[in-house]
Design a protein around this ligand. Structure first.
Ligand code: HPA
Length: 282
């Protein structure tokens, strides 16, 4: 059996396992980035290790707790919360990296809200800034749509004119303003990592219109858009990239800055999830 065919069976099996838990199927999926696994509500016992849903082995990395929660908002909306994600630099292939997104879409989630830690590529950015992703550059050299995918998942050549929903960005901006938070917007460049960027790479990214750089998100967004899911993503600037700020970059710094931004992120995400308009266009 081809790897893609076996993945389709594995996905169907995971969806069946989900239904056997008796948990409701999610309308929204939320994915948290490095050091950004904020609390979004009491799962009331509906929590499992992420590995339980994956047909392959996972490795842990610091700052990524890898848990799955099913939350219900006050309005009764079921939300699948993936606390921690898989990154291709850990050795996962592109299909494995997006397995949870495909599972969420298979279960019926139509909206994806994602966070990530990113390096700032602009001199006017500061660690702790929250930035909405307007558009992305997938520079990982990977694509989760490679291979013969089941046609019911989506088109062979999906349109990527609006990877991040303008409607959801407007909603996020309005929500942030109500909470008195400043929210910028920018283009996210995704590199495979895990080495951080060299100053020459930073210059190239900046000159070509990227505002922040990270090692996640882009493949998940491609898979989500392919399956017709509307996407919103927020970067937390955890450090300035080499040549933009002074000094180097460390994973500890990334996690620490992520923690400090967590409080604002938690308030913003909680408020967003409470809004009916998140899943219902006017
Ligand atoms: N580069 C790539 N990924 C990152 C960075 C960075 O500077 N900061 C947090 N994730």
């Amino acid at each position: 059996m081809s790897p893609v065919n076996s993945m389709r069976l594995e996905l169907d099996r995971a969806a069946q396992d989900w239904d056997e838990t008796g948990w409701p199927r999610p309308e929204v999926v939320v994915v948290s980035g490095s050091g950004l696994a904020v609390e979004l509500g009491d799962p009331e016992g509906r929590e499992t290790p992420l590995g339980q849903w994956l047909p392959f082995e996972t490795h842990r990395i610091e700052g990524h707790p890898l848990k799955v929660q099913l939350l219900t908002t006050e309005q009764g909306r079921p939300v699948l919360y993936l606390k921690g994600r898989l990154h291709s630099y850990q050795g996962y292939d592109a299909h494995q990296t997006v397995f949870t997104i495909r599972l969420a879409a298979t279960l019926g989630a139509r909206t994806l809200v994602m966070t990530n830690a990113a390096g700032g590529l602009r001199g006017d950015q500061r660690p702790g800034d929250l930035i909405l992703i307007r558009d992305q550059m997938n520079l990982t050299g990977l694509n989760p749509l490679r291979g013969e995918l089941p046609s019911e998942w989506g088109p062979r050549f999906p349109d990527m004119t609006e990877p991040y929903s303008g409607r959801l960005r407007a909603l996020a901006l309005e929500t942030a303003e109500r909470l008195g938070m400043v929210l910028g917007q920018g283009n996210y460049a995704a590199l495979a990592g895990p080495s951080y960027e060299t100053p020459a790479e930073v210059t190239m990214l900046r000159r070509n219109g990227a505002d922040m750089v990270g090692m996640s998100t882009a493949l998940e967004i491609i898979a989500a858009r392919h399956m017709g899911v509307e996407c919103l993503a927020l970067s937390v600037i955890t450090n300035l990239a080499p040549g933009i700020g002074s000094g180097g970059v460390s994973h500890e710094e990334v996690l620490q800055e992520g923690k400090e931004a967590s409080d604002r992120l938690q308030r913003l995400l909680t408020e967003l999830l409470a809004q009916q308009r998140l899943t219902q266009p006017d």
